[in-house]
Design a protein around this ligand. Structure first.
Ligand code: CMC
Length: 425
């Protein structure tokens, strides 16, 4: 017999179904709550509210489990590549070798970005933050691709996926080229996706360029680790914006803005800035731990804590190992890595962090790798966005295919009661 939950309000009992996910997660289905009782639930920050059912990503915060479409993040990081993982997330199954080759070729059809986009970039000051520029450029893609995708047409949807994967990578790197005053590069369709990322970023017209295979491999892994994370802030934003039937580019542009904040993807930049500051101030990690614990100080230990993970973040464990390997292979001796390790050990032994289940998250070590790879600090969150793109696309597609209703939360009004209009004297 299926489970139910009973809610009693003013002595009257109401029964609601409990729905169960494929990993035994349970939710009280309150779709009829207001209709039956006139009452709503209140849950700021959605700490206890599911917004949808989804087949894409499973995570268990208590056990530190993350899986895309049933495959463990550890397996994917070791055995798959980024485009393969993207295909898996978006279309639900791992591609065969032929499907993967076709996917890569189809993305290549859309790697040329309209030249008029360059005049939009020229309107930004060189000092503009790349995430702001990326959000604007992603939104601007709508103007150059005005036809909205018919999500019920498999071919159209597939083309929209390839187009987004192709163009987003190029404009993401253009935000960096603009900030450096470098000419904007074109995608080279004879090369791979991540190799192209490096060339788009760093190749100069004045000299030959060959990206190191070690760097390409490390970046590929980082992109996989960031590729999806179920209903986080930016993904929920993408689903919410898309639920009004706004297009894919517009929805993803909103996701980029949501990701930018320091409590979300912007944390990777904030972590590195924090570690640099600690280093410059003599490496006194205890002083920064004390600041983070002080309730009168707004400072938080960036890269620590997670809304869902309460034992460890499996991505952080993979990234920490990768950071050690990449720095060793590249022969980089970065004192910032030592600061990060010292801070991590001290925090993990500290009662404040232990009692609140605060552990290093994905952003704690990713910045150290990016830095070793020559990626500038204010591009770190753009790196996150490139990695998260397939997740956003997969979630948008699922939301539309499930024919989800427009997202429209309710509220409890706590403002003034009706008052007569009188102009203040
Ligand atoms: N440093 C110090 N105290 C913290 C921290 C931190 N990084 N994170 C949480 N706390 C404390 C917080 O002050 C609160 O204490 P108390 O119970 O005494 O009031 C308690 O821990 C619970 O915090 P919360 O803010 O209610 O937890 P949340 O689930 O709303 O927030 C978080 C999660 C990730 C926003 C938060 O841990 C944080 O601000 N971390 C730093 C920013 C960061 O690294 N963000 C990246 C997240 S992972 C990448 C991504 O997916 O976006």
């Amino acid at each position: 017999m299926s489970k139910t939950a009973t809610i009693e309000i003013d002595g009257k009992k109401y029964e609601f179904p409990i729905i169960e996910g494929s990993e035994n997660e349970e939710a009280i289905d309150i779709k009829k709550l207001r209709e039956l009782t006139g009452i709503i639930t209140l849950d700021p920050g959605y700490k206890n509210s599911g917004s949808c059912t989804s087949k894409i990503t499973f995570l268990d915060g208590e056990l530190g489990i993350l899986r895309y479409r049933g495959y463990s993040i550890e397996d994917l990081a070791e055995k798959a590549d980024f485009l393969e993982t993207s295909y898996l997330l978006i279309f639900g199954e791992l591609p065969t070798a032929d499907q993967l080759e076709q996917f890569e070729n189809d993305i290549r059809k859309y790697t040329l970005v309209n030249e008029e986009m360059k005049s939009i970039i020229d309107g930004f000051p060189k000092t503009a933050h790349p995430m702001g520029v990326l959000a604007a450029l992603t939104s601007a893609l709508t103007a150059f691709n005005p036809k909205s995708v018919n999500v019920d047409n498999e071919k159209e949807m597939y083309q929209a996926v390839c187009k987004t994967m192709g163009k987003f990578l190029v404009i993401a790197t253009w935000t960096y080229r603009k900030s450096m005053g470098f000419p904007l590069n074109y995608y080279d369709n004879t090369k791979g996706y991540v190799e192209n990322f490096m060339e788009l970023m760093f190749k100069l017209p004045t000299e030959p360029y060959k990206a190191s295979p070690i760097i390409i491999e490390a970046l590929d892994k980082l992109f996989i680790l960031h590729a999806d994370h179920e209903q986080n802030c930016s993904t929920s934003t993408v689903r919410m914006v898309g639920s009004s039937h706004a297009g894919l580019f517009a929805s993803i542009s909103a996701g980029v803005s949501a990701l930018w904040g320091p409590l979300h993807g912007g944390a990777n930049q904030a972590v590195l800035e924090m570690l640099e500051e600690i280093y410059k101030n003599g490496g006194d990690t205890d002083a920064y731990l004390a600041k983070a614990k002080d309730k009168n100080d707004p400072f938080r230990l960036m890269g620590f804590g997670h809304r869902v993970y309460k034992s460890f973040d499996p991505r952080a464990q993979i990234i920490k190992k990768a950071a050690n390997e990449v720095l060793a292979t590249l022969g980089v001796d970065d004192p910032i890595l030592a600061i990060a390790k010292k801070l991590e050990v001290a925090a993990l032994e500290d009662e404040y962090f232990k009692s609140r289940n605060l552990y290093p998250n994905v952003d704690f070590y990713s910045g150290i790798i990016y830095r070793a790879l020559g990626i500038p600090t204010d591009m770190f969150t753009v790196m996150f966005a490139i990695g998260r793109l397939p997740g956003w696309i997969a979630q948008w597609k699922e939301m539309r295919e499930n024919k989800e209703p427009i997202g429209r939360p309710r509220q409890i009004y706590t403002g003034a009661a009706l008052r007569d209009f009188k102009k203040p004297q």
